[in-house]
Design a protein around this ligand. Structure first.
Ligand code: ATP
Length: 369
């Protein structure tokens, strides 16, 4: 079993900088946990504290039932894969993978079995005699993974393992890592600032900002129900559109007014704004680009959520089109069907899918609905 428990973990660096603040997280056996957030938010620091490479300033870290705050990295039963692979250049692939086991005085025939098994899993068998300089970036990455696998750790820690690869290889390796997780059934904690990696790999994602956890949830829930403006803006690409709007309550009806545009909220969402006392206040309306629709049929079916604007940029991405425009000075993106007739310079109507509108408190930045 490789569950982890992080209780009130804090990191204060010697210069007094608080990099991680009261980090609380229970990780279950076999989970694939992602730490994601902008540069400097404390992802790597947290991972390094779990690895034992960085001292924990306060709080309690458990791996399984054992408190490991003061346990040496090598005795924590974890393996770490770094961004720069950290392979030994003078050793072959085989020796790179075998090295840790030799140090631990594992018998030679057993080492051989373990290295060959890892090479088979990672498709490295034809490369075992090569040195790292004769490998591609993706192959080096697989060797680094192989070195971690042979140790048969309870927990894998990965710090941006794909960041040195080109876009195509990243996608391939992402799929490989997913398969590896299924095959090995170990707990993985993975650091990235790439939200696509986070969304596709994680069973749960921890979104961090300024050393503080913002939200911990499944990819689906983070996308559908972000807890605040930061998470809403961070998860999703192109990012969610945000517009200031004035909340107007009339009986049990609520409209969000953006200049001349009035967006009527569905009853369940309206209720939250009424009970929250938002009448007359400015709130932030959030809507994902795919929920801004230019199809005639959708517009006719949604007369109470229409905005109109002139297209500034038209971008065809093959399977979809992004249309960029402004509404009352707020930049918007619509992700629409590639068969759209809208082009740069056209004045176009869009309807917002009101069931998928998010509303945030402008001051606290927390989600209202
Ligand atoms: P990135 O995505 O850029 O790697 P990160 O989220 O992993 O960022 P960390 O490397 O954990 O961020 O750093 C968190 C904060 O702690 C940063 O502001 C960083 O400057 C600071 N920091 C890191 N190491 C030290 C140190 N040894 N002394 C002081 N501050 C540090």
């Amino acid at each position: 079993m490789a569950s982890l428990s992080l209780k009130d973990i804090c990191k204060v660096y010697p210069n007094g900088f608080e990099a991680v603040k009261n980090f609380n997280l229970e990780i279950e056996d076999k989970e694939f946990i992602i730490f994601v957030g902008p540069s400097g938010c404390g992802k790597s620091t947290t991972l390094r504290m779990i690895a034992g490479l960085e001292e924990i300033s306060s709080g309690e870290l458990k791996i399984g039932d054992r408190v490991v705050n003061d346990v040496e990295p090598k005795d924590r039963d974890i393996a770490m894969v770094f961004q720069n692979y950290a392979l030994y250049p003078h050793m072959t692939v085989y020796d790179n993978m075998a090295f840790g086991l030799k140090l631990r005085k594992v018998p030679k025939d057993q080492i051989d079995k373990m290295v060959k098994e890892a090479a088979r899993i990672l498709d490295l068998e034809p490369l075992l005699d090569r040195k790292p300089k004769a490998l591609s970036g993706g192959q080096r990455q697989r060797v680094a993974m192989g070195r971690a696998i042979v140790r048969d750790p309870k927990v894998f820690l990965m710090d941006e393992p794909l960041s040195n690869l080109d876009a195509k290889l990243r996608v391939q390796m992402r799929i490989e890592i997913s398969k590896l997780h299924q095959r090995l059934g170990t707990t993985i904690i993975y650091v990235t600032h790439d939200q696509t990696e986070a969304m596709t790999l994680g069973t749960r994602i921890v979104v961090m900002k300024d050393g503080i956890i913002q939200q911990v949830d499944t990819p689906q829930n983070l996308y559908a129900a972000p807890c605040n403006l930061f998470v809403a803006g961070f998860i999703g690409s192109p990012q969610m559109n945000f517009l200031d709007a004035v909340c107007k309550v009339n009986g049990d009806k609520v409209t969000l007014q953006i200049g001349p545009h009035a967006i009527q909220l569905p009853p369940a969402k309206a209720k939250k704004l009424i009970s929250g006392g938002y009448d007359g206040k400015t709130v932030v309306l959030g809507i994902r680009p795919e929920d801004v629709n230019d199809s005639q049929m959708f517009i006719e079916a949604s007369p109470n959520s229409v905005v109109e604007s002139t297209i500034k940029v038209y971008e065809l991405l093959g399977a979809e089109v992004y249309l960029y425009f402004d509404v009352e000075g707020f930049p918007m993106t619509a992700r629409v069907d590639p068969r759209t007739t809208a082009r740069t310079g056209d004045t176009v109507k869009f309807a917002l899918d009101v069931e998928r509108i998010h509303v945030f408190d402008k001051e606290t930045e927390l989600t209202i609905t």
